[in-house]
Structure formats: C-alpha cells, structure tokens
Design a protein around this ligand. Structure first.
Ligand code: MN
Length: 472
C-alpha cells in the first residue's frame, strides 16, 4: 500500500497544474455525493485563490453523456473515468479527469489522438486502489497540493470517510493516511483510537449504542438495554444536565466498553467470525479541530452525513458553502435539511419495519422501496439491516426517478461477511450485467441499476450465486 504519491503520478499532477494555470475559464463537474461535493469544494477553493473564473456543478453519473462542453477547461472530479468522457471533447475544450473509479480507457489514452487536450489521472493507473486508498476528493486535494494548499487536507480526510474508504479496516490507509497525516500536521484534524459507533459528537451514548447493527445484540434497537449495559459497566450517562456522548468517555471507560462489546459479540457470532470481532468494535475516528465540539461538523463521519443530507435534498449548494467556510445562512439551512433528512429516514424505516416488508430468501433478504427516493435507498438498507438477519445481505429496490422507470438496487451487509472474504461490489456487478444492468461498489455497500422488469430474475440469480457462500 503506497503512502507516498508515486513519482509518475506526481508528474501527471504537474501536467494538470499547467492545464489549470493556462486556462482562464473553467468548469467543474463533480459527483453529487459527499466525496464529489467535497472534491468540488477543494477545487473551487483552489481556483478562488488563483482568481480563476469558474463554475461548479454537481451531477449524477447518468447526466455525463448529455453534457456540452463550452469552457476552455472542464474538470471532472469523482466521476468521468467510468464514462465515455473523451466523446465530449471539442476542438476548443480541454478535459481533466480526477477520478478514483475504474477507467474505461487506461493510462495510455492520455498520449493518444487528443494528446494535450485530455488528461485523466486515476490512482489505478499507478497501482493504487480506488476503493480504500484514495477518494475523488483525495485526488482533487493532490492537485491543490501541487499549488501548496496543504491546509485543504482536512477535506481530503472528509471525502475519504464520506466515501467509506475506512469502513473495513476502521482507519484511513494508503494515500488517505498520507493526507490524514498532512491534516494533522496542519493542526486541522485529530486522529483518535476509538470505539466504532456512529454519532460520537451528537448522539447520547446509549442512543448511539442502540444503533449497533453489524450483528444483532440485545442493545440493537433497544435503548433500555443500552442504558442497562452502561449501568452494568459503571459508565455515567450524564455529565451534570447533559447526556454524555462517546467523545466524552475516558480511555478507561472506552476500554471497558470495548471489552464488553467484544464479549457480547463473541457469544453471538458463529465460531469462524470470532477472530474478526475486535475489528467490528474498534476504529480510528477523526475530529475536525476548528469545528465546535458536540456539533455534527466536529466528527468526520457525522460531517459526511450532513453533506449527504444536503445533496439528497438537492441542495448540494448548501454543503458547498459550508465546506468553503461561507457559514452564515448556510448553517441554518443545513440544520433544516439535516432534520428533514432524519425525519424522512425514520418514517421510511418505521414503515418497512411495521409492515413487515423484509422478504427473506435462502441467502439474502430484500425490501421493495415503493417510492423511497433513490438517493437514500442505500442509507435505508443499511439502517434496516438491524431489523433483519445480519448473517445475510439486505437489498433495497426503488424506481430510479420519476422520469426513469429503471430500478436502483442498493445492498448493505455486516462487515463480518466482508472479513470472511465476500465482495458484494464485485458480485452485484456480475449479477446486474446478467440482467442487462450495471453495478459495483464496496464489499459491504454497493448498488446497481437494472431494467424495470428484471427484479425477479436479478434476485434469483443473486440468491443462487450465494449458494454455499453465506452461512445461515
Ligand atoms: Mn468517490
């Protein structure tokens, strides 16, 4: 795993630097998710500092084919590699791609017919993994870094976490860890050896514990049990009038909680998984030191939820303002969007749970999203897993959009399945292709787009494919 930018890759970034320096009018297209929006914020800040005329637009992947390039330089960040971006090229436009998804072209295309007008920089060209070693925002940061803007490294950390690059190992690795180190050196980030629970800054500890979902424990979806657990361990729930959060615990208290969670989990999981249990409970967490404690912007993982809440309500502009530090009105808007986001998720979870909408097949479980916005179907699948059977993956289906009758399917599963060697990102791609769709992603969080009438066939192929791979 590389923790330094390879020389050949550095050379590519110097070429990119020249492209940017020589352009007077620049357009940025970036992906409309946490990683992509943060990538856009990094590039936009970089261009602001150079006084370059530019515009940022956040789009979904299916929109790329329709674009008409009208600017001197167009930068694609966190997207563009997996699309036929070269076809957009015109005689008067230059293209720069900073992406970390698998490329349709490969490194040699840069030297081909449209040489000098098309530059794609992708970690995979340099033997660096795009799923856990660097994100789209990380690639954008590496460009900003060639101009000396190492103070933007904290956004590289945020995009790595937002892209779930740390989800399996519990920490940022490869080039992500280099970016993390730079952000620590700059005094923007603190890395903390911690317990792997979401909501470190904003959720009362017992609430955060009740969302434990990789394995169903007595505390899962049960706040009373979570409180009893804290009582048993002698961990105070309150600090004066205020509920304590994970970030308030002492190292000793975290140690006690860690041991108890490991003990509880080891009782619950099949023998072959026991060796992986500690990885489920421990993780590095990242605090942004310039953000106030107990706010959702202090913790990298909670910050990424805020960005997602904005984008999923089609207000990426609010997230962009917050990232770039234009906070005044954006903070209020962000709070409203976050509340709305949480309310929407809670309503949908309640519906699926109350109506018993999880359907069990031999090797998987699924639910029909009936009108759930396709932007959040993955988030909801992840949350609903704790109401189903953690030993199987869960798939959520929903219509792509009002205009597109195709189906979006999202899959989530316990990290234990991935530690055991299953990579659902690869599996979902194969199965989706068999029914005429496309898909991919991480081992524990991935998705696909499939034709509108192919759900049954997709489910059957998927279920059969998992024969003997899932232990029930
Ligand atoms: Mn990404």
């Amino acid at each position: 795993m590389k923790t330094q930018v390879p020389v050949t890759m550095e050379k590519a970034f110097i070429k990119a630097q020249k492209l940017v320096e020589s352009a007077e009018d620049i357009k940025i297209y970036s992906h409309i998710d946490c990683d992509g929006i943060t990538a856009g914020a990094i590039l936009s800040t970089m261009l602001d500092r150079m006084d370059k005329e530019h515009e940022v637009e956040f789009i979904s992947l299916d929109k790329i084919d329709e674009l008409k390039l009208e600017n001197e330089l167009t930068i694609f960040s966190d997207l563009g590699s997996g699309q036929e971006t070269e076809k957009l090229s015109t005689s008067s436009s230059k293209i720069l791609i900073l992406d970390h998804h698998p490329s349709l072209r490969g490194p040699n295309f840069n030297n081909s017919t449209i040489q000098g007008k098309f530059l794609e920089i992708n970690p995979l060209f340099y033997g660096i993994e795009g799923s856990n070693e660097i994100s789209g925002g990380g690639m954008s940061y590496l460009l900003a870094r060639t101009f000396g803007h190492t103070d933007l490294s904290w956004m590289g950390v945020l995009s790595g976490v937002g892209d779930m690059q740390n989800s399996l190992s519990g920490k940022l690795e490869g080039l992500n860890s280099m970016i993390l180190q730079e952000s620590i050196n700059e005094g923007y980030v603190e890395s903390i050896k911690d317990i792997s629970i979401y909501g470190r800054q904003t959720r009362p500890l017992f609430v955060a514990l009740s969302y434990f979902g990789d394995v169903n424990l007595p505390i899962t979806n049960n706040k009373t049990e979570a409180i009893l657990l804290l009582n048993k361990l002698g961990i105070e729930k309150k600090n004066g009038k205020n509920q304590r959060s994970l970030c308030d615990l002492t190292a000793e208290e975290k140690g006690k909680l860690f041991s108890e969670l490991v003990r509880m989990l080891s009782k619950e999981v099949p023998a072959k998984y026991i060796k992986h249990v500690p990885k489920l409970v421990s993780a590095e967490s990242y605090d942004f030191l310039n953000e106030e404690k107990y706010t959702p912007l202090r913790d990298a993982s909670e910050f990424s939820t805020v960005v997602n809440a904005c984008s999923r309500n089609k207000r990426a502009d609010v997230a962009l303002k917050i990232l770039k530090g234009n906070r005044n009105t954006a903070m209020d808007e962000m709070e409203i969007l976050s509340k709305e986001h949480r309310r929407y998720l809670a309503l949908k979870i309640e519906l699926i749970e109350n109506e018993d909408m999880i359907v069990h097949m031999e090797n998987l479980q699924y639910f029909e999203g009936n009108g759930i916005k396709s932007e959040v179907i993955g988030t909801i699948a992840g949350m609903i897993l704790s109401y189903g059977d953690w030993k199987k993956p869960i798939l959520g289906f929903t219509q792509i959009s009002d205009e597109n009758s195709g189906i979006k399917v999202s899959l989530r599963c316990s990290r234990l399945l991935a530690y055991d060697g299953i990579h659902f990102g690869h599996i979902i791609r194969k199965v989706a292709e068999k029914v005429g769709g496309s898909g991919g992603g991480h081992s524990v969080a991935c998705g696909a787009y499939i034709p509108s009438n192919s759900k049954e066939e997709f489910l059957n192929i998927f279920n059969n494919y998992l024969n003997n791979k899932i232990s029930n």
